[in-house]
Design a protein around this ligand. Structure first.
Ligand SMILES: [Ca+2]
Ligand SMILES: [Ca+2]
Length: 281
């Protein structure tokens, strides 16, 4: 039993209907239609893990809410907006062997609830705490989520497993702007980039729209083991880049049993039974 298994709870399963993502190399498979409703009122979350219901082993979630913090992660309130300290935190940061490192300019990183004009907009249907990055009006703001610690912890716990890496990342991207982008690095080398412009083109969304599902979407990236990443970098050259429910999955993670085919057969069986009972009458 993996030590981390206790941190994940139950499976939240949905149909897996992925769409290819144009404009990105074959380094990773990017989907954006698999998000499921989050049980904590945060809009959308990963099909593999829910803030309250949990998920399959070897997935980890950052909700930015203390209420749905992960046991064992002490977290920090260093980036919370005054007035929300009791509710918000980066749950997974530092302070533990498996903590992540958040690197960036504290004046450009925020965690809060609700929308404030000219500051940040809550992702669609997200009434919980979320994270955001702002350039405060000029230049480019950057924040780095470094998972090297977590990866090292797992690697040490699985000696001989040279195939261990982070091969999944999902996040709820609120009010996608043309000037936001997400980059993935491994050992300092760029693996792939998702730009707001590409995403909006794919979804036919309007830049910065806070109310349109086409501009507020759950993005998932599946990496091959050769293209695993250890660091997520978010950039924005405007106000603002908003995100919530960041989920990472290790290569050792469980994948759900492919249910749709079985469910379809089951449904067909029910229909057939229904027909038979009707014919009997
Ligand atoms: Ca949240
Ligand atoms: Ca935005």
């Amino acid at each position: 039993m993996n030590k981390f298994s206790k941190f994940t709870k139950a499976l939240s399963l949905s149909a897996v209907i992925g769409l290819g993502f144009a404009g990105v190399s074959n380094a990773a498979t990017i989907n954006f239609n698999n998000g499921v409703a989050a049980s904590d009122g945060s809009g959308l979350t990963s099909q593999y893990i829910d803030p309250i219901n949990g998920g399959l082993p070897d997935y980890f979630i950052e909700t930015f809410d203390q209420a749905t913090g992960v046991p064992g992660f002490p977290g920090t309130t260093a980036y919370t907006i005054p007035g929300f300290e009791d509710d918000c935190a980066v749950n997974s940061v530092n302070g533990s062997p498996i903590g992540i490192s958040v690197n960036g300019n504290a004046s450009e990183i925020g965690i809060r609830q609700g929308s404030v004009s000219g500051v940040a907009a809550a992702p669609l249907n997200d009434s919980t705490c979320y994270g955001y990055l702002s350039n405060n009006g000029s230049g480019t703001a950057t924040v780095e989520f470094d998972y090297t610690n977590l990866l090292d912890f797992y690697s040490a716990a699985a000696p001989g497993n040279t195939q261990l890496g982070i091969t999944y990342l999902g996040f709820y991207w609120g009010s996608v702007d043309t000037y936001n982008d997400f980059q993935f690095y491994s050992g300092g080398s760029l693996v792939t980039t998702i730009t707001g412009t590409s995403l909006l083109n794919q979804l036919n969304g309007d830049s910065g729209d806070q109310n349109d599902p086409a501009s507020n979407t759950y993005v998932e990236i599946e990496f091959s083991i050769a293209e695993q990443f250890d660091t997520l970098v978010i950039n924005t050259s405007g106000i603002a880049g908003e995100f919530d429910n960041i989920v990472i999955g290790l290569s050792s993670r469980e994948l759900p049993v492919p249910a749709p085919a079985g469910l379809a057969l089951f449904a067909f069986g029910l229909v057939a039974l229904g027909l038979r009972s009707r014919l009997k009458k």
